[in-house]
Each structure stands twice: as structure tokens, then as C-alpha cells.
Design a protein around this ligand. Sequence first.
Ligand SMILES: NC(=O)c1ccc[n+]([C@@H]2O[C@H](COP(=O)([O-])OP(=O)(O)OC[C@H]3O[C@@H](n4cnc5c(N)ncnc54)[C@H](O)[C@@H]3O)[C@@H](O)[C@H]2O)c1
Ligand SMILES: O=C(O)[C@H](O)[C@@H](O)[C@H](O)[C@H](O)CO
Length: 254
Amino acid sequence: MGDVQFDFCDKSFVVVGASSGIGRQITKELAESGANVLAVARNRERLEDLTGMSSHIQIRTLDVLSATPDDWNALATAFVEEYGKIHGAVYTAGISGATPLRGFDEAFAYRIMETSFWGAVRALQSMTKKKFSHEKASFVLFSSVAGVIGGKGMFAYAAAKAAVIAGVKTLAHDLARDGKRLNSISPGYVRTEMTRLYENTSNIPTNVIQNHLLGIGEANQVSGMALFLLSNRAEWITGQNFVLDGGYLCGPWN
Ligand SMILES: NC(=O)c1ccc[n+]([C@@H]2O[C@H](COP(=O)([O-])OP(=O)(O)OC[C@H]3O[C@@H](n4cnc5c(N)ncnc54)[C@H](O)[C@@H]3O)[C@@H](O)[C@H]2O)c1
Ligand SMILES: O=C(O)[C@H](O)[C@@H](O)[C@H](O)[C@H](O)CO
């Protein structure tokens, strides 16, 4: 844990996309802060070691591409039976990849949009119901700097992430009527499985490294914002997009 500590004792959260990267880091930090966490991802094997890390973590498999409203409702029902109402959820599921305009794979582009955006909408449709979530529940989605300024060569990913930002600003109205909050986080380049192709920093284009004024990020430099947004310290914050990018959006644009 870093300098900021949150006390989530008696709080229970859902993390979707918990098997790796930023979602996994958030799951661990929530459990370390005393919360119960339902860690959700496609692959049970990749989730299983999380249960060994903390008795506060339980796991559930779900593919956000195929999950129906009934599947989401079943997840939320099981959660409520185990822990009581959901205090918040973080949706980190996402896939990335090149989609150049000429000859792009339309099915792949749809999967990108489904995973980051429509999957999140379905999750919210279910979890924000009164019978499932606490009256002051907080929800956090993941966008990207690509959703703010576009992403060269990956228009489907950039469009999906822009949809997350616009969706959050709009759906925050719906949720505020019930006292619930919804925000998004837009990281810059973070070293995770999603960016593993560039694991050796020498493979990252020099301008990407240079434009992240504080260097490229790690999952634990993003996770704290999610915990903050879930906490009561953020009780007056909704409909916002928080850029965490080591200064990337400051430029220079070379
Ligand atoms: N790493 C970065 O540089 C970066 C930058 C900006 C935004 N983001 C966003 O942050 C979020 C987390 O990414 P990450 O870097 O931790 O990547 P990651 O690949 O490590 O994690 C993504 C998670 O999504 C899950 N997932 C993907 N498809 C799924 C599906 N159909 N059903 C269920 N789960 C599914 C994966 O299993 C994994 O747990 C993503 O939304 C990503 O777009 C990442
Ligand atoms: O969202 C992501 O998964 C990526 O990190 C990218 O968007 C890069 O940060 C950006 O493309 C740098 O140029």
C-alpha cells in the first residue's frame, strides 16, 4: 500500500476484469483495505490465486461478450446473498488492437466496442438496480487517453473509450437520481498484459515514452484513483473522467 489508506471494512465491491493488470491490482488493494471483493473475469484458473491472497476475495467467471442481462442479474443476486448490497463496482474489462480504416476486421472492432462499452452498460444496468446496490454506491469505468485524444491506428478502441467518457457523463444523471455515482478513469500507457507487446521499453516508440513526462505507468499508479472514487471521500464527484497519464496529454506533440 502507498501513502493513502482507505478503510473499506464492511464494504463489498465487484471488480470486472480482475484476472490481470489494473483490475487485478484494484482487487488486491481493495481486499488489503478490508473490503470484500467479487473478482470477475473469463478464466477461473487466472483468478484462482487471488483467493489464496486474501480470504476477502471470491471469484466468479463471466465473459462480458456473451453475458446476458440474466447472467449479470445472477451475479448480482449471488453477491447480495453473500455480502449484502453492492457498495460499488469497477469495470476494467477491455481489449485493444489495431483497426486501420482500410481492411479493418469489423468483427474485431465490434468486440472492442462490446468489451469496453456495451459490456459496461450491461453491468451497470444490472448492478445499479435498487435491489442490488447500496443507495450511495459508486461505479467506475475504464476509458483511456485514446478516448480523449484518439489513438493512432486504433479507431475502434479510441471510439469505444470515447463512448465510455460520454456514457459516464450522461448516465451519471440517471444514477444521481438514486444517489449513486459514476465516473471514469483514463490512463495513459500502463505496463500490463494489454501492453505486453511493448514490455521491453525499447519497443515502445520513443515519442510515447517522452510524452509521458513521468515515464510510462504501472498498474499501482492507477489503482489508487479507483479506490478513491469508490470511497466516501469522493461522495460529491460524479460524471467525471480522470486522466492519469504521467503528463502525456500535456504534450509535446512530436
Ligand atoms: N494498459 C494500458 O496502457 C491502458 C491504458 C488506458 C486504458 N486502459 C484500460 O484499462 C483497462 C484495464 O486494462 P489493463 O491494462 O489492465 O489490461 P489487461 O489486459 O491486463 O486487463 C484487461 C482485463 O479485461 C478482461 N477481459 C477482456 N475481455 C473480457 C471478456 N470478454 N470478459 C471478461 N473479461 C474480459 C481480461 O481478462 C483482463 O482481466 C482496460 O479497459 C483498458 O482498455 C489500459
Ligand atoms: O489505452 C491504451 O491501452 C494505451 O495505453 C494507449 O492508448 C496509449 O497510451 C497511447 O496510444 C499512447 O500513444
